[in-house]
Write a protein of this length. Structure first.
Length: 299
């Protein structure tokens, strides 16, 4: 197999144009929303704090994340062949998974930041220094691109003898493993990919939920109603992002290659790869007064 066919969303030409228009608008608004947050943090010196530095990096990550799959998806809506070369497919797989891994790590670091700020407020300035914050940012980016290197290398060694049709809009792990398993048994590769995916997903998810459980317990004990409301607002917006992202990711990658219901995989993938980055700027900024003031200046 020298190339794959990405079926995407097979439907009539008129519907393809409609979907192209909808996803193009979503893509542009996602880029603008996340770029606005990056610019707001960059230009407003009041936001040069660890919490907003992490948020700006997270928004930049979302820009990279949607660029790893959405442009190709939009091109396929207008394409007759819908093909992607073998090398481009594996490159997309690597960047898509590496950026997804980096997102899991950033969500964990942001949960740790909120835990320190609310549960250890007196120690927060000495622990979460700018130097430590930038070290965490570098760790997320470097480790994110190293974690899935082994599974992607294993996928490159698999025999793809045909068919070459992927019922998805990107080169995802599950469909590729399913195609390769039609040629030869690959239990070892499926086990390694599933183990590394599950380990990353569950470790970060339980850490995040554990951190926010402690945060919410501390918030309930805050004597000031205004302080309690502000802390709860921040935490609830972060938890909304976490459950949106992890809910769909768990459905897809806890057992890659096992096969989901017909057409189900592409919709769960669509949710966390396209819709979650679209909602993130709204969730993180609309309930944050400092961010709203900075965004007004930028706009």
């Amino acid at each position: 197999v020298s190339e794959f066919i990405l079926l995407g969303f097979p439907c009539r030409w008129e519907m393809q144009i409609l979907l192209f228009s909808i996803f193009s608008a979503t893509y542009i608004m996602t880029l603008l929303g996340n770029m606005a947050i990056v610019c707001a943090v960059r230009w407003d010196h009041r936001l040069h704090t660890p919490m907003y530095i992490l948020l700006a990096n997270f928004s930049f990550l979302e820009i990279c994340y949607v660029n790893s799959d959405v442009p190709n998806m939009l091109a396929n809506f207008l394409s007759q062949t819908k093909t992607i070369s073998f090398a481009r497919c594996l490159l997309q797989l690597y960047f898509f998974f590496s950026l997804g891994t980096t997102e899991c790590l950033f969500l964990s670091i942001m949960a740790y930041d909120r835990f320190l700020a609310i549960c250890r407020p007196l120690h927060y300035p000495t622990i979460m220094t700018m130097k430590f914050c930038y070290s965490l940012v570098i760790f997320c980016w470097v480790y994110g691109f190293l974690w899935f290197l082994i599974p992607v290398i294993l996928v490159t060694q698999l025999p793809f003898c045909g068919p070459n049709v992927i019922d998805d809009f990107l080169c995802d792990l599950g469909p590729l493993l399913a195609l390769a398993s039609g040629c030869v048994p690959i239990p070892g590769t499926v086990l390694i990919c599933g183990t590394m995916s599950s380990l990353l997903i569950f470790a970060t998810f339980f850490y995040i939920t554990g951190s926010y459980t402690l945060v919410l317990r501390a918030v309930v004990q805050v004597p000031s109603v205004a302080g309690r409301k502000k802390a709860f607002s921040t935490c609830s917006s972060h938890l909304a992002v976490v459950f949106l992202f992890y809910g769909s990711v768990m459905m897809t990658y806890v057992s890659p290659g096992s096969g989901q219901a017909e057409g189900m995989q592409k919709f769960t993938t669509l949710f966390y790869s396209v819709l979650t980055p679209f909602f993130n700027p709204m969730i993180y900024s609309l309930r944050n007064k400092e961010m709203k003031d900075a965004l007004k200046k930028v706009l």
